[in-house]
Design a protein around this ligand. Sequence first.
Ligand SMILES: *Cc1c(COP(=O)(O)O)cnc(C)c1O
Length: 440
Amino acid sequence: MTPEAMIPQTVLPQGATVNGQGHLVIGGCDTLDLADEFGTPVYILDEESLRQKCRRFVQEFQKRHPATQVVYASKAYINPALAKIFAEEGLGLDVVSGGELALAKSVDFPLDQVYFHGNNKSPQELAEAVENNIGWVVLDSFHELEILNAIAGDAGKIQNVLIRVSPGIDPHTHAHTTTGILDSKFGFSIQTGHAAQAIRQTLQAANLSLRGLHFHLGSPIFELEPYRAAVDLVIRFASEFREDGLELKEFSPGGGFAIAYTRDQEPPDVGEYAEAIVSTMISTCQELSMPLPRLIIEPGRSIIGPAGVALYRVGTIKDIPGVRRYVSVDGGMGDNIRPALYQAVYEVIAAGKADQKPSRKVTIAGKYCESGDLLATDIMLPEMETGDIIAIPAAGAYCPSMASNYNLNPRPPMVLVRNGESRLIRRRESYQDMMHCDVV
Ligand SMILES: *Cc1c(COP(=O)(O)O)cnc(C)c1O
């Protein structure tokens, strides 16, 4: 086997390779050099993978339906340098808080390309959205509908809105990340009649302009059928309100596109998701003689997830004879909560021994004071020693964005790599940073 064949290419950024010393190379950079230069834990983002994925989404959807806007879901992970990249790639931005909106504003992201989501936006956040002339607020409750209508009225503005409906379709993913079923805190349920009521009420609201409907089923969704079923159902539902004055000018089936976390996973390609969504939308609209709406696609995980690789350094190794070997690293649930929260499973690569055969079963433990702080359980690696670097691929989404200061560990830096060059886009937190807001 060539060294390249020994690394799980499908979970790594494009062009990942193994150099003559047996080290994992990402974006042309030796990961061991990156670990030395920036310290560990550190999150590496491959800029080329990130940009290519943005372009793939735009191309695959626009070639099937030119009136498609691709909107990056910031909650997967955002910072100012990345927001600039998404703007350069022509993407819009989904935000779910005043903080994400403030970040977009700080880099002059075009705010007319911003969508504001969330099941409990505060009056202050809604006021900030209206004040800043953001493109769309995605209505999620009657409470919000009333507040937003009043805020827009006070500001003398008409706010564009979409209504988030819950179609009652199960995408077969983890319960914590299923959002479009009846028992969900998100959206107006079609089943209960609340979605119908929300449409009528919004059409009556003097200061809101109802542009269309939105749904988001959950994430990650490895199947195409839930998208097909929900697109068809929601467009049919929209058609029932034509006489009430609802024109479906815009339509969004959200995000949730899956990525491979392990070598045995084969999620659909971007083109397959695009085909399922666009062909269903077109055929249902044609059947109902409805004009085709503008389509809004909201990928988060699928854009930034595969571009990210976390690097950790091995510290303590503990053998419990006949039970297991714990290999502890200098990060864990503070920078990646997903194994503890969702039982997420990751590949682990011995970054400095990427050309060596796995020879021993180990469990990778984090450094946090929780027994559940395990990054990977019972995986096969080459013989690991203290000081070795391990890499966890597919770590770009919902890891740094969910990071905490639990145990007062500083959150890790973020480094962008491309063509053998690296650029720090977020420095490591200091102890002072962590105490910055404390009042003595
Ligand atoms: C989280 C979320 C997304 C993005 O989901 P991914 O799985 O990261 O693609 C898109 N739209 C809405 C409304 C969301 O809440």
